[in-house]
Design a protein around this ligand. Structure first.
Ligand code: NAP
Length: 242
């Protein structure tokens, strides 16, 4: 393996993304701190650098295909490859009604980032990941996206019915499986990480876990060795049914 790994984390300026950047950076991995806002990205990279992490800000709005392509060209120019892609950027969306009240636009708002954003970024970064000796893609999913848990009346998830966010994570799970199928037989592993309920801006800090705790499974999947799984959905406690 090439000495220095390169990791891109989207939405690295705060929350679980920032904690992931910190943890991967502590291991000597060069962090490309993706942020849609240039100032927030620079602040995050500076904060990581203060902690001794090699961090470079990278402006990347996952809903802007031109910007994503430009980011990929920038990575190619500077490093020639990418070893780890963490598709972390995500939104909860503004819709708070019942599923029956939701419009296609309510879902589209969330899908633009949580699903289509992942597709745009992955497509742009895949050629660079293919040049890595051990490419890893980690998609930030949620227990709330599991159809198995949603249809189990005993599950804590059964009482939550946020159609836009939850179905976006279900779609993301399907996208994760599709990439894993395509990349079977290559060194690239693709998995979905479930961070648990983490106190961040996304849920108005209603989670009981810290961003560092939530980032642990993301880091584990980003650093999987050759024997590790691909095409799975994992939390700290192990595989979670789709
Ligand atoms: P957060 O603190 O709100 O962070 C979300 C990050 O995504 C921010 O950096 C945000 O940037 C960025 N982002 C949003 N839209 C973007 C776009 N179009 N382009 C680029 N970046 C964008 O939330 P979080 O809880 O850490 O969430 C991180 C991921 O974990 C999400 O995918 C979320 O669905 C998932 N997750 C969270 C929990 C939880 O309990 N918190 C549980 C399961 C899964 P700005 O600062 O510019 O808004």
């Amino acid at each position: 393996m090439t000495a220095e790994k390169i990791a891109l984390i989207t939405g690295a300026n705060k929350g679980i993304g920032f904690a992931t950047a910190r943890r991967l950076g502590e291991r000597g991995i060069t962090i490309l701190a993706g942020a849609r806002d240039e100032v927030r990205g620079k602040q995050a990279a500076a904060a990581l650098a203060d902690e001794g992490v090699t961090a470079v800000p990278l402006r990347i709005d996952v809903t802007d295909p031109d910007r994503v392509s430009e980011a990929a060209r920038e990575i190619e120019r500077r490093y020639g490859r990418l070893d780890i892609l963490v598709n972390n950027a995500g939104v909860a969306g503004g819709f708070t009604g019942t599923p029956g009240e939701a419009t296609a636009a309510d879902l589209r708002e969330v899908y633009e980032t949580n699903v289509f954003g992942v597709v745009t970024v992955t497509r742009a970064m895949l050629p660079l990941l293919r040049r890595s000796e051990a490419g890893r893609i980690v998609n930030l999913s949620s227990h709330l996206g599991s159809l198995t848990l949603n249809t189990d009346p005993e599950s804590p998830v059964a009482g939550v019915n946020m159609i836009a966010y939850q179905s976006s994570k279900t779609a993301l799970n399907a996208v994760t499986v599709a990439y894993a199928k395509e990349l079977r037989g290559t060194p690239i592993k693709v998995n979905a990480a479930l961070p648990g309920v983490v106190a961040t801006d996304l849920n108005h800090h209603r989670g009981h876990r810290t961003p560092a705790e939530g980032a642990a499974i993301v880091v584990r999947l980003a650093l999987l060795d050759e024997a590790g799984p691909s095409g799975q959905c994992l939390s700290d406690d192990g595989p979670v049914p789709w």
